[in-house]
Write a protein that binds this ligand. Structure first.
Ligand SMILES: O=C(O)c1cccc(C(=O)CC[C@H]2O[C@@H](n3cnc4c(=O)[nH]cnc43)[C@H](O)[C@@H]2O)c1
Length: 261
């Protein structure tokens, strides 16, 4: 996939515009993404400019125009990998059935950062989207499902998209872990970094989004703004507002890449 601005001209002479799906967990993250996209596309436009795009099952995406005539659908699918996979699959299937498939899916939101690579307020683009607790606990330690003979535990976004997104947003690149339980102790944080030395962020949705995207053969990216350190539970240390501002700025910067995807 080329990282370049502007719509792609097909050999038929038709113009293929961007069709983008961004999946967040909660509406605060979705609205942060919308503020970033509309600020760039409409030069100061507001996030409420989007249309409500109904999806099967009572879900609704916020549909925003991109500058190339394409659209970005923003879906707050819920917290955790199962809700993320279900919502993403609904949106992807509805689009495919309508003959307007998405060309890129982005999992986006806040996340916990592993020290020292991902401080609070920083951005991370996943070069690997990893299911960190999908497996079995044995007396010898954790065994991923792949070593038990089934499934996958890692999705790898296209390298040129990762590099382009990281360059435009000044983000670090590294593995983003998907967990079903937020880490709350130093021991658990160390266990995860021992198993995944390349991990920069922990969040709860990316692997679910990536599984649904893979089932549809659509490329996936994950972008996280760090709201808290991974480690001993400390709600007072969360900087959600700061992370949401960073998320908006990141999407503002990403528009040229998203419009070319
Ligand atoms: O209660 C806690 O101590 C606690 C600590 C961190 C995060 C939570 C959440 O419930 C947030 C879930 C939500 O936000 C993403 N997120 C943000 N930080 C983290 C994290 O450190 N580990 C995992 N997920 C995180 C996540 O993707 C969810 O959407 C509670």
């Amino acid at each position: 996939m080329a990282v370049q601005a502007g719509p792609e001209v097909l050999t038929t002479g038709a113009v293929r515009t961007a069709r983008l799906l961004v999946v967040t967990a909660v509406t605060a993250e979705r609205d942060a993404v919308a503020r970033g996209l509309t600020a760039r596309v409409a030069d100061g436009g507001d996030a409420n400019a989007g249309l409500q795009h109904p999806l099967p099952g009572g879900l609704t995406a916020l549909r925003l125009p991109l500058g190339d005539g394409g659209t970005a659908d923003l879906l707050a699918a819920g917290v955790g990998p199962a809700a993320a996979a279900a919502g993403t699959a609904v949106a992807l299937t509805a689009a495919a059935v309508a003959g307007e498939p998405y060309r890129l899916v982005v999992s986006a939101g806040i996340g916990g950062g592993f020290a020292p690579g991902a401080p609070v307020g920083s951005l991370v683009v996943a070069d690997a989207i990893v299911a960190a607790d999908l497996g079995a606990q044995t007396p010898e330690g954790f065994v991923p499902v792949t070593e038990l003979g089934f499934g996958v535990v890692r999705h790898t976004p296209p390298a040129e998209l990762v590099a382009g997104a990281a360059r435009l947003t000044a983000a670090a690149t590294g593995a983003v872990l998907t967990v079903s339980t937020v880490t709350g102790t130093a021991d658990r944080a160390r266990e995860l970094t021992d198993r995944h030395p390349d991990a920069l962020v922990e969040a709860m949705e990316g692997f679910g989004v990536a599984e649904a995207a893979a089932a549809h053969g659509v490329p996936v990216l994950e972008l996280r703004a760090v709201s808290n350190p991974v480690g001993p539970r400390d709600r007072a240390a969360w900087r959600i507002g700061e992370a949401l501002t960073a998320l908006s700025e990141a999407f503002r910067s990403l528009v040229p890449l998203l419009e070319s995807s």
